[in-house]
Design a protein around this ligand. Structure first.
Ligand code: ADP
Ligand code: MG
Length: 327
């Protein structure tokens, strides 16, 4: 079992940002309105995620760290219709297999919760404690018992770069959640959680950039699209400014990147890419997220149709701006 956890850990926990991803997604799934993330030394000494979500029942807290103990699949049929971010029940046990984890969690029951300590997969403590509603997971000394993995880590700057990039995108995906991200005591991100996507965008890219974005909107029997894109003159030399969110999940999609580039077509010089946030909603049966454990890639069942829909919506957004009379 411990070995199985360490093997699974290799899939789920590649680097500190993978831990952040899994913990933050759990916090989102728990319906939190604030999520605070504290990182020390690029995540290798500490990753702490505190949320004010549903919390974990005292009776369930140990179980949450067993493999395949997910509360998010009611029946196997549901695997094809996954709306929440997590669904494999592999994250917590995988993390606990390769780090020292403390999880304090309390459901809505008047300030009483439990504190669970797991080191290298072994439970060291499970005791009652006072705690506000929500969950607070601290992951210390990541990879302390897997030195081979530790050797692969890049510089602290690289690791925090991956973490910040992920948190920024999740914040863009969830403008209704107030996020903070701190690294070695300095604040890298603070969003208000007002629900206003442009405000979140401004917190990440600056308010001047946010003001110059064009709104994107699209309706279709199968899909819904909202978001914003930059004007052709405000572009970047790489694709990193493109954030695609499907049903609340930040994903990477070659197909949707292509749809976007096709819409910009003659408007962009070679090797220039727009800044964009595209939020797509669709029935969960129209996508397969179960492609890779990191769940970053998805497959769309009506790919060509979706591609055309997105391209059209972006064309319309770009077309409108060309008709705005100059000053
Ligand atoms: P999954 O997210 O795939 O269900 P995880 O290993 O990430 O699996 O989490 C296991 C279970 O622990 C979840 O299904 C959920 O019930 C519980 N859990 C984990 N994190 C939180 C959290 N922040 N708030 C509430 N419940 C949580
Ligand atoms: Mg999860």
């Amino acid at each position: 079992e411990q070995l199985a956890n360490q093997i699974a850990a290799g899939e789920v926990v590649e680097r500190p940002s993978s831990v952040v991803k899994e913990l933050v997604e759990n916090a989102v799934d728990a319906g939190s309105s604030t999520i605070d993330i504290v990182i020390e030394e690029g995540g290798l000494s500490l990753i702490r995620v505190t949320d004010n979500g549903s919390g974990i029942d005292g009776d369930d807290i140990e179980t949450a760290f067993y493999r395949h103990a997910t509360s998010k699949i009611a029946s196997s049929k549901d695997l094809f219709r996954i709306a929440s971010l997590g669904f494999r029940g592999e994250a917590l046990p995988s993390i606990a297999a390769v780090a020292k984890v403390t999880c304090i969690s309390a459901p809505d029951n008047g300030g009483l919760g439990r504190r669970l300590v797991i080191e290298g997969g072994t439970i060291a403590a499970n005791e009652e404690t006072n705690a506000p509603q929500g969950t607070d997971v601290s992951v210390r000394e990541l990879f302390y018992n897997t030195p081979a993995r530790l050797k692969y880590m890049k510089t602290i700057q690289t690791e925090i770069g991956h973490i910040a990039d992920y948190v920024n995108r999740l914040a863009l995906a969830h403008p209704g959640i107030a996020f903070t991200l701190k690294h070695n005591g300095s604040t890298l991100l603070r969003t208000l959680g007002s629900g206003d996507r442009l405000q979140t965008f401004a917190a990440i890219y600056g308010s001047a950039t946010a003001k110059a974005m064009l709104p994107v909107e699209g309706e279709h029997p199968d899909y819904e699209l909202r978001g914003c894109i930059s004007k052709p003159e405000q572009t970047r030399s790489n694709r990193n400014g493109i954030t695609i969110v499907v049903n609340g999940r930040y994903i990477k999609s070659f197909v949707l990147n292509q749809a976007m580039m096709q819409a910009y077509h003659t408007l962009l010089p070679i090797n220039r890419f727009p800044l964009a946030v595209l939020e797509l909603g669709m029935h969960p049966s129209l996508l397969d997220v179960n492609v890779h454990p990191s769940k970053m890639e998805v497959r769309f069942s009506k790919e060509a149709e979706l591609r055309e829909f997105v391209e059209d919506a972006i064309r319309r957004a770009l077309g409108k701006q060309r008709h705005i009379p100059g000053p």
